[in-house]
Design a protein around this ligand. Sequence first.
Ligand code: AMP
Length: 458
Amino acid sequence: MTDKTPSTPNDLTFADFGLHPGILSAVTEAGYSKPTPIQAEAIPVVLAGRDVMGAAQTGTGKTAAFSLPILNRLMAHATTSASPARHPVRALVLTPTRELADQVAESIALYSKSVPLRSTVVFGGVDIGPQKEALRRGVEIVIATPGRLLDHIDQRTINLSQVSILVLDEADRMLDMGFLPDLDRIVSLLPKNRQGLLFSATFSKEIRKLARNFLNDPVEIEVAARNATASTVTQVVYPMSADEKRRAVAHLIKTKKLTQTIVFSNTKIGAGQLARYLEREGIKAESIHGNKSQLERMKVLDAFKSGSVDVLVATDVAARGLDVAGMPCVINVDLPYNAEDYVHRIGRTGRAGASGEAIALMAPDEEHLLQEIEKLIGTSVPRLKLDLPAAASSSRSGSNRHERGERRSYQSNTPPVDEFFLKPYEPSTAAAPKPAVTTPSNTTRKRSVGVLLGGGRY
Ligand code: AMP
């Protein structure tokens, strides 16, 4: 049913794709000199009108991999006419989270800024009014989360009868979040004759089933699997007691002089507590998790990208979809319950060509989690001993309360459910609804940290 695409030559440039000059100039202005592997493989296939099933995560350049050829294909319909009827929705991009929807929308706005194609983003948790207005004026490309899109469908504020291209971005996460019935309903409203593109971190059985239902004879594209842990990433596990972990994190950050580091925690409570502990240790740290409002998350991320925060303590869900890749070091203060999450976590480091370090701290009751991970990645991760300086005594005893709280969260054997999955996004009251199309300066700010910093900084 599927083709495998051949590997692409090294000297490939964006000009080789034959993109419209307006799109090409936006790419050049964005500072992209060379297509990433997923772009090199996907762009020609999408331009040719084929369906694609792509295994690629955030940070690989997958957004441009589908957006650029989609824009190019839609150029046949581009018009400067003001009439809404001349701007029907022709491409629909579905994403699991509003963060991702927002990021994709910003990228598409950037790539299409010099061509007469319109795009807008619709997601929940913000006033639906401006979204209705943008849709009423007419847009060729809609980026949406499934729930809010269905609201628009129910209120008849969107017409999908002319959609000829459908993108399911982070399809695995959409399934995890229970969006399958929503997807079924949305897809049932689209014309049968359409191009389908599906992107997912992995090709699980469920994803293949989804692909069979939603795609037609897709070309399978799998970029140098972040799945296999890149050879540029050095992995190490330090076995230790749960009590020692946060001290170990502080020790590693200080002795290795780490900046731009993500520390992954399995729980929101653990993430918040660890960030506060690191701050008390004089480390510029912040946490990012599902209990924080969108505005808070954006602020933390901006602080991290600008370098005013060195360490981001994150849960998997909060980190997912964030445009942060190519970090010099990733620390797992907890081993993830799901082995695939380990691959996603450490995929944040060791971007093509750059070296990276993935450190995991393992308590005795996490040994089985490491075994699962090793089975998945097909290699064993060296276990080394970390020599920690003696714990500070009486003067720090005031932090014992935190220590106990933290220990509880580390030792929990039941995977906690991150409420992020359970509740719709609620914006902070201070968060203004986003305009439909954003300015290029916004987009530039959101480029990945690794790209901005050029890899390792220590
Ligand atoms: P994505 O995986 O789509 O989230 O993209 C990750 C980051 O890489 C974004 O900040 C993009 O702006 C950036 N990017 C995408 N394509 C390229 C490229 N060919 N060269 C350099 N940066 C890129």
